[in-house]
Ligand binder design. Structure first.
Ligand code: ITT
Length: 201
């Protein structure tokens, strides 16, 4: 199966490629396919947005790809009622500015005491395929929102996301560590299981 990774986020592309490895005959990104699509993410849920991105990308990749895989993801903070949630990429305004998003989140969480700083990363992945029902799966990773950035790796909210089982933030993990336990890894693993179950049925 020729798989298009339907994201404009280069960090996500790298993570998805690393996690899915040899599970598809050919994997390529929007950029590699020379496709420039910008899907309006107006769904209320990660799943709705992921599905919309995958379906629109597959349509744009007619003749190039057999399937398109998307990810819609974000950080949900308990003390903020689940914000920034589906608005994670643009929390501080249009433009995908990770630094500005993180500063806004730190400010919003300034007076929230230790013990009430629970949060989770959520990833919904969607696989759209020619002539078959789409598959959508969710993965989550539970953590604690830090009071200052920790670590230099990763992207987005990784420096603020403390992961208790490894006693480090996502940005203090190397790529292999993060990709073995992240929300994206869990969503993609569930997707792979669904594909295997389909093959064996
Ligand atoms: P595409 O829609 O093109 O895939 P995007 O970056 O706009 O790219 P989303 O709309 O799904 O993607 O927004 C996801 C945002 O959530 C992302 O920009 C980060 O701010 C945050 N995020 C998601 N996964 C993350 C991760 O693994 N580490 C850190 N931040 C993450």
């Amino acid at each position: 199966m020729k798989l298009l990774i339907a994201t404009n986020n280069a960090h996500k592309t790298a993570e998805i490629r690393a996690i899915l490895g040899g599970h598809f005959d050919e994997i390529f990104s929007l950029k590699e396919a020379g496709l420039d699509i910008d899907v309006v993410e107006d769904g209320d849920t990660f799943e709705a947005n992921a599905l919309k991105k995958a379906v629109e990308a597959l349509r744009a990749a007619e003749g190039i790809a057999d399937a398109a895989l998307s990810d819609d993801s974000g950080l949900m903070v308990d003390a903020l009622g689940g914000a920034p949630g589906v608005h994670s990429a643009r929390y501080a305004g249009e433009g995908h500015d990770d630094g500005a998003n993180n500063r806004k989140l730190l400010e919003a969480m300034r007076d929230v005491p230790d013990g009430a700083r629970g949060c989770r990363f959520v990833s919904a992945v969607a696989l759209a395929r020619k002539g078959r029902e789409p598959i959508v799966r969710r993965g989550t990773a539970e953590g604690v929102l830090l009071r200052a950035n920790a670590g230099e790796n990763g992207f987005g909210y990784d420096p603020l996301f403390y992961y208790p089982p490894l006693d480090k933030s996502f940005a203090q993990m190397d790529a292999a560590e993060k990709n073995a336990l992240s929300h994206r890894y869990r969503a993609l693993s569930a997707l792979r299981e669904a594909l295997e179950a389909e093959r064996n049925s």
